[in-house]
Design a protein around this ligand. Structure first.
Ligand SMILES: [Zn+2]
Length: 340
């Protein structure tokens, strides 16, 4: 059997799933509170118990597992260490999480950044459908803006960390919004939930916003996808989404001009369909988004028009755990750079 355990570690939840290389996803994913704020040992304990539970539910044993592919919402180095504790408790900084998981479960373990894991899942789904590219960049929209590069089927990573596409500078002006990374004017300060909040705040400061955009900026930001996917959305709402996606387009242009990738994939929160949205409104929202992203790309070299810009085709929700499991299966267990 070629079964791999996928683990997606988040600040509040840890998600575990099993991936069989021949059959695909096995059984149902298990979600548990991660207790990440109590430190990596507390999370490793949760994972140990949850893995036993997951295996029992699927009539499997520890020795049926080949390896662990895990991911975390932080920059990760090649040894599987959490380099900087973004989106997780400070106690995770400098801890080799891959080693910890390997010790806890007595299996080889690989640790990835969660954006990289999600993008690898997308890549593998595309590859199976002949829709992949040898050089693909993915932007993962959410509270922040994640990103990854998959080049020749491998997650691109430097000796230190992998690509942080959300932190490409798109605004060098002195008063550009401050980003969580410490710099100003990153793509994340526009193309993310935090970016929506920033744009609401700026419009409110100028005054004369419609009633739908009044109130605490983060609360308004959380309503914007629903407002944007209405049959007749307000022009003020659409101008915020236009700024969101053209900003993403500028970041995408920088990626294309840096690494020459010919496929840009967009996934995450901005792709989700609101329950209240009609099919037509949802399709219009997605088509507008792609054309706004294209505006950022097409105003450069003519050949950049060949770059495909597409929404994610991976239909499995929260699939980073499976992406990490799949990547563990294609990474060599002998390589001490990626395995412990
Ligand atoms: Zn940043």
């Amino acid at each position: 059997m070629s079964i791999y355990l996928g683990i997606d570690i988040g600040a509040s939840t840890v998600k575990l799933g099993l991936l069989d290389l021949e059959k695909g996803v096995i059984g149902v994913r298990l979600d548990r509170p991660s207790y990440a704020s109590e430190g990596p040992d507390a999370t490793a304990n949760v994972i140990q118990t949850a893995t036993t539970e997951l295996l029992q539910a699927n009539d499997l044993h520890f020795n049926d597992l080949k390896a662990i592919g895990a991911c975390c919402p932080t920059p990760i180095d090649a040894s599987g260490m959490c380099v900087y504790p973004t989106n997780i408790d400070a106690s995770w900084q400098g801890v080799n999480i891959a080693q910890k998981l390997s010790d806890a479960l007595h299996l080889p373990a690989l640790l990835l950044n969660d954006g990289d894991a999600a993008a690898y899942r997308e890549y593998s789904v595309r590859e199976a459908q002949n829709k992949a590219s040898s050089c693909m960049a993915q932007f993962i929209t959410g509270t922040g803006l994640g990103g990854a590069l998959i080049i020749n089927g491998k997650i691109w990573s430097a000796p230190a960390v992998s690509a942080e596409l959300g932190h490409i500078c798109i605004d060098s002006s002195e008063n550009a919004d401050l980003c969580g990374c410490g710099a100003r004017g990153c793509a994340e300060t526009r193309a993310s939930l935090l970016g929506l909040r920033n744009m609401v705040k700026h419009r409110q400061a100028k005054g004369n916003v419609p009633e739908a955009l009044q109130g605490e900026p983060m609360e308004v930001a959380k309503k914007l996808r629903r407002l944007g996917q209405m049959d007749e959305p307000l022009s003020d709402v659409m101008s915020i989404w236009q700024e969101y996606f053209t900003s993403l387009g500028i970041a995408a242009r920088n990626v294309v001009n840096t690494v020459g990738c010919d496929l840009i994939v967009i996934s995450g929160g901005a792709q989700e369909k609101e329950k209240t949205a009609s099919e037509g409104a949802y399709e219009r929202f997605k088509n507008d988004a792609i054309s706004w992203i294209r505006q950022g790309i097409d105003h450069s070299f003519p050949h950049l028009k060949q770059t495909r810009v597409e929404w994610s085709i991976d239909t499995l929700p929260d699939s980073a755990a499976y992406g990490a499991a799949h990547y563990a299966s294609v990474s060599s267990p002998q390589s001490k750079d990626t395995w412990v």
